[in-house]
Design a protein around this ligand. Structure first.
Ligand code: NAI
Length: 333
């Protein structure tokens, strides 16, 4: 099958080419560095499948252009599918596939790396020591043992974070409309979101971005949190209202903030912008706080996860070619 792969970086080529080479009947992959949107969609004319990543914008106009160009399958290299207009895809007869599970451990471990680095100010200590500054002022952390961690969204990743934090001796409270027994089996407890906000010293977000979770963390939610709370978001940027975060940081209500995702990350992340001026003033303001740690949507980025993403993506395309349906279709709801 002819496949147009968008937002393709060197590492995407490497892992996809490897998985494709191992397939019984390899596909014809063409890599485009461009992000997929309504303008670049014309590049995919003549390609039956399009392979897209998290910051590609598959709105109605983009999907219409893809369908007009002969595309029949959108194979997402992600679990999340909030960047696809599913109603439009269904109307246009486009199948949409995703990678439902590749390595929840990769994302969970990065989340915990952020918690540890932020608490113990590892990012500051690294620079200080390299400059010969061994002073400890400003590096004071707290013991994780005995603290309460609030997990919003106990799916594959949230459960993994809960397990790791239980290993540190933390209490775990969680909020999810679909409770699972595993959380209670490891000593976690489901509570209302209000109770989670009122009790957790660390809050970690692991729910998908949906109309229900859009700006779930807003000014009211922050006001209900424990003073000095540590907030960690590795889910999707728009689950939090960034301006409300900035106010929470300025007032001291938020004591520590770690982000791997950002509402407007599409214009920033995955690119080397070190020689340019950042135009996003909200993002630039976030970078000025000494208690904020940001990574550029890298939580998934391990060898194991990339191998699994590439393998499932090629399997989705192969299944579609053989049967007309991908192995892991996105639920049209
Ligand atoms: P999952 O589907 O296994 O779990 C999501 C959980 O969130 C489910 O249990 C669901 O019931 C719950 N949920 C839905 N609405 C909720 C609400 N209003 N409040 C609380 N919980 C709610 O998904 P998984 O694999 O654990 O991934 C979670 C999210 O992490 C993805 O949707 C994606 O946005 C993000 N992600 C981020 C990555 C990164 O590199 N930063 C990589 C992979 C995923």
């Amino acid at each position: 099958m002819k496949v147009a792969v968008f937002s393709a970086r060197a590492y995407d080529r490497e892992f996809l080419a490897q998985a494709n080479g191992a397939a019984a009947s390899p596909h014809d992959l063409r890599f485009f560095e461009a992000r997929l949107d309504r303008d670049s969609a014309t590049l995919a004319a003549g390609y039956e499948a399009v392979c897209a990543f998290v910051n590609d914008d598959l709105d109605r106009a983009a999907l219409e252009r893809l369908a007009a160009g002969g595309t029949r399958l959108i194979a997402l290299r992600s679990a999340g599918f909030n960047h696809v207009d599913l109603a439009a895809a269904r109307e246009l007869g486009l199948a949409v596939a995703r990678v439902p599970a590749y390595s929840p451990d990769a994302v969970a471990e990065h989340t915990v790396a952020l918690i540890l680095a932020l608490n113990r100010r590892i990012y500051k200590a690294y620079n200080r020591v390299r400059e010969g500054n061994f002073a400890l002022e400003g590096l004071l952390g707290f013991d994780l043992k005995g603290r309460t961690v609030g997990i919003v969204g106990v799916g594959q990743i949230g459960l993994c974070v809960a397990r790791i934090m239980r290993g540190f001796g933390c209490a775990v409270v969680a909020s999810d409309p679909h409770p699972v027994a595993e959380l209670e089996e490891i000593g976690g407890r489901y509570v209302t979101l209000a109770e989670l906000f009122a009790t957790a010293s660390i809050i970690s977000l692991h729910c998908p971005l949906t109309p229900d979770t859009h700006h779930l963390i807003n000014a009211d939610a922050i006001a209900a949190m424990v003073p000095g709370v540590m907030l960690v978001n590795t889910s999707r940027g728009a689950v939090v209202d960034t301006r409300a975060l900035i106010n929470g940081l300025k007032s001291g209500k938020i004591g520590h903030l770690a982000l791997d995702v950002y509402e407007e990350e599409g214009d920033l992340f995955f690119e080397d912008l070190s020689a340019t001026m950042i135009q996003d003033d909200v993002f630039a303001r976030l970078l000025t706080f000494p208690n904020v740690l940001i990574t550029g949507h890298q939580a998934f980025f391990t060898r194991e996860a990339m191998t699994a993403i590439a393998g499932t993506t090629i399997a989705n395309i192969t299944a579609f070619e053989r049967t007309g349906a991908p192995e892991h279709p996105v639920p049209f709801g």
